[in-house]
Design a protein around this ligand. Sequence first.
Ligand SMILES: Cc1cc2nc3c(=O)[nH]c(=O)nc-3n(C[C@H](O)[C@H](O)[C@H](O)COP(=O)(O)O)c2cc1C
Length: 329
Amino acid sequence: MALLSVLTPVLAVILCLVLGFVLVKSRETTPTPSGKAKGASEADFRPWVDQDLQDDTEITVRDEDGDWVDSHEEDLEHVPYSPSRYSEETMLQRSKDMYTLLNQRRSVRFISPEPVPREVIDNVIRTAGKFRYKEDKWLCTVVLLSFYLLHLLTPPPPSFSWTGTAPSGAHTEPWTFVVVSDPKMKHQIRQIVEEEEEVNYRQRMGDKWVNDLAKFKTNWIKEYLDVAPYLVLIFKQTYGILPNGKKKTHYYNEISVSISCGILLAALQNAGLVTVTSTPLNCGPQLRLLLKRPANEKLLMLLPVGYPASDATVPDLKRKPLEDIMVHI
Ligand SMILES: Cc1cc2nc3c(=O)[nH]c(=O)nc-3n(C[C@H](O)[C@H](O)[C@H](O)COP(=O)(O)O)c2cc1C
């Protein structure tokens, strides 16, 4: 009896410890409202978010090395701005024409191998942002140097610009467009994409996502990556690197690059070319290394560009009417 009375407090303490341990463990695995365990990785919660991309558009990003600079362009000159102004009738017509043009845009997954004039691609990319050619880098260097020397002698004509037309957070222009036409490089890109996409379809995406895509008849085979005369890979620069090696904040870089991609799609349509907006999940790091892009660049989109194949088909989709997408207050 005496032994029991001595052991009771000890047993009570052990019982409390066991209960406490069970409680802590159960908290660690309590499902969140999205139905996933708290300890699960971000990729498990949102499999559609590319692990390399993430959303880092917050405006105060700084890393530990403190190697960042702030912009000191206080004395930026402000110049008069007077774009064309149209009559109401012309405005109406132009707005209708633009709608008619862009309403014909479709994602086309069957692209003709027919060559496309390179200057057209240059202009389309110029409309959206700066460009880099994977092949002919010497030619590119010579052209850039010639323009630089010419620029020293005479100011460039006002209609000419090396940079794109898209707006960007604090005018950081955080985009790089890599244009690939070299058949070997295109094939290497296809191999990387198909390998990852097979894993995406078979494992990462899950049944719901795969079922949602069934009507588009897509899978991991991407013939257009070999066939299209050009592949345009669009990278967002998560930060800038100045000539002195310091880092520069690229505010809202993903939004800025996405806007420039929208302008690029419109420019392609305007030129009579087609593409399919593709976002190959988790292919970014390998493609970045293949294309020798720096670590501050992350792949946002991959666009195969060309004429549509003569037997191209598209899913017969319907678009939402204006009243479903616009709220007028
Ligand atoms: C952000 C984004 C990602 C997309 N990713 C893919 C993709 O990886 N593969 C693909 O075949 N289509 C992709 N698409 C194309 C869509 O399936 C297509 O835009 C949609 O079905 C509407 O068709 P439309 O572009 O012909 O109007 C993507 C579109 C967007 C906007």
